[in-house]
Design a protein around this ligand. Structure first.
Ligand code: ADP
Ligand code: MG
Length: 481
């Protein structure tokens, strides 16, 4: 049987506000348990929530970025369930009237094809606390630091058809929220988490199959792997004539398998009702338009600008604009170097290679964008050639100084004195009479190939410091004497 994969994603993005969604407590990560809390976050009866305006602004920014309708009147609702890390007995969320939606996102896949994913809605909600299973007397502690941290839950339509599309979509959302500066995007710390809803249907069938939901997958790689696992599991069941049970599952990266967590609740089970402690949020056009007008440049806009302004290929522009930090680094280096293509090649080449080797983010690069730009301008003005520049870069990476300091200290300046180069070439010619004779007797085509040999000898004799642009014409002149 030929199966089609159907995927819809729910992404929880933690909004980068300083204080919580409904209290003045800090949202900082890694504080001592239960210190980032007020009576509201602890769920004390009678403590009243106060809505964080900054979270609202961020949600509206996101809505604009995905061409969504903005909910001019949105309503907080209580989602009731019991869990030890939720002392109030309900999560304050949005149900019937979310702040954002519907909208859509055009996702570019690796092979360049573009597919549109509908965004059903994005709503504001608070996070719950965390259970810490401690070694201490085998007890479990509750940490409410995360309680009431603002989340934006971004729900997609079931428009995604493969693991690759899912990852491309999540990467794009990640890049949008970090460009907007509304989420730090740190998946390892849980600032962005993803629930994967997946079902299969026979190719050509209109109706969707029964889905499962894989909860809280927290890296791009795990999203891809969890999807492959779940496709295989569902396919095995369906091909044996079995039925998929609608349930919540968990992905275990160590065993590379998904397993059942609990049967799936319906929305009815949560007994949603409008929160009587919070007024509906009513927006006016002026507020919404002011946010639209001040939106920063988004990844696709930046990629287009890079193509036009720096004459980059579509591919290079896409890679360099994939994160805001990478884009800023490239632009700073290009401005200093005054050769954007060279800067693009170096950021995607040497810089990325060194970062990957040491597993560093571009913001942690020991060579700043300006320092790289200075190095590249030394290639531009013929002080050094590209090969020497790689050695200089390595020294810069190891903290040996600026490009100019290293070039000076190690005596790496290219020889650009034509007289000196001529002497050097003459000595190479004198040392290789047989090759010179062969060269003179050859057809022009063959000669072109043989030039490489002499070039290599000259570079060797100059310890890589002869300027290749100057060597070629002089070499041709002397060989044809
Ligand atoms: P809930 O998780 O609260 O039940 P929804 O029913 O709104 O929420 O669906 C959540 C997500 O599941 C959405 O992203 C939606 O696109 C996706 N989804 C719904 N039905 C299917 C299906 N049959 N197969 C795959 N994904 C689905
Ligand atoms: Mg869900």
């Amino acid at each position: 049987m030929n199966w089609e994969v159907v995927i819809g994603l729910e992404i929880h993005a933690q909004l980068a506000t300083k204080s919580k969604l409904f209290s003045g407590a800090a949202t900082s990560f890694g504080a001592e348990p239960n210190t980032n809390t007020t009576l509201v976050d602890l769920g004390m009866p009678g403590a009243l929530p106060v809505f964080n305006k900054e979270a609202l602004r961020m949600a509206v920014m996101f809505g604009h970025a995905v061409d969504a309708e903005i909910g001019m009147t949105s309503v907080f609702a209580r989602k009731n369930y019991f869990y030890p890390d939720l002392p109030k007995g309900y999560q304050t969320s949005q149900m019937d009237h979310p702040i954002v939606g519907p909208g859509h996102l055009d996702v570019t896949l690796e092979d360049g094809t573009v597919t549109r994913v509908g965004i059903t809605r994005a709503h504001l909600e608070e996070d719950a606390g965390k259970s810490l299973h401690e070694d201490f007397h085998g007890m479990t502690g509750i940490d409410l630091n995360r309680s009431s941290t603002p989340l934006l839950e971004i729900v997609s339509e079931p428009d995604i058809r493969s693991a690759k599309e899912a990852v491309a979509y999540v990467k794009m959302i990640h890049s949008i929220v970090t460009y907007l500066g509304i989420c730090d995007g740190n998946m390892a710390e849980g600032s962005m988490r993803c629930d994967v809803n997946l079902s299969l249907r026979p190719k050509g069938q209109e109706e969707f199959g029964t889905r499962t939901e894989i909860k809280n997958v927290n890296s791009f790689r795990f999203i891809e792997k969890a999807i492959y696992c779940e496709i295989e599991r569902q396919m095995d069941i369906l091909e044996d004539g079995g039925k998929i049970v609608q349930e919540t599952r968990l992905y275990d990266p160590d065993k590379d398998e998904t397993r059942s967590m609990r049967s799936k609740e319906d929305a009815n089970d949560y007994r949603y009702f409008p929160c009587p402690d919070l007024l509906p949020i009513v927006l006016d056009d002026e507020y919404v338009e002011e946010i639209r007008a001040n939106l920063p440049e988004l990844p696709t806009q930046k990629a287009k600008r890079f193509e036009a302004e720096y004459a980059l290929s579509e591919y290079d522009a896409g890679v360099l604009s994939s994160s805001r930090a990478m884009a800023d680094y490239f632009e700073d280096a290009a401005k200093t170097a005054k050769n954007s293509k060279l800067a693009a090649n170096w950021v995607m080449g040497e810089v990325s290679k060194f970062l990957n080797q040491e597993n560093l983010d571009i913001t942690e690069s020991p060579v700043s964008a300006q320092a790289l730009g200075q190095l590249l301008s030394r290639i531009e003005d013929n002080t050094i050639n590209g090969k020497t520049a790689k050695d200089v870069f390595q020294s810069m990476w190891q903290g040996e100084g600026s490009a100019d300091e290293i070039i000076e200290k190690k005596g790496l300046k290219q020889v650009t004195d034509t007289g000196a180069i001529e002497t050097l070439i003459q000595s190479v010619i004198d040392a290789n009479p047989a090759q010179v004779e062969q060269f003179k007797a050859s057809e022009p085509d063959k000669q072109k190939k043989m030039i490489g040999f002499f070039m290599g000898q000259v570079m060797k004799a100059s310890q890589g410091k002869a300027n290749p642009g100057l060597v070629t014409p002089i070499l041709n002149k002397l060989l044809n004497n």
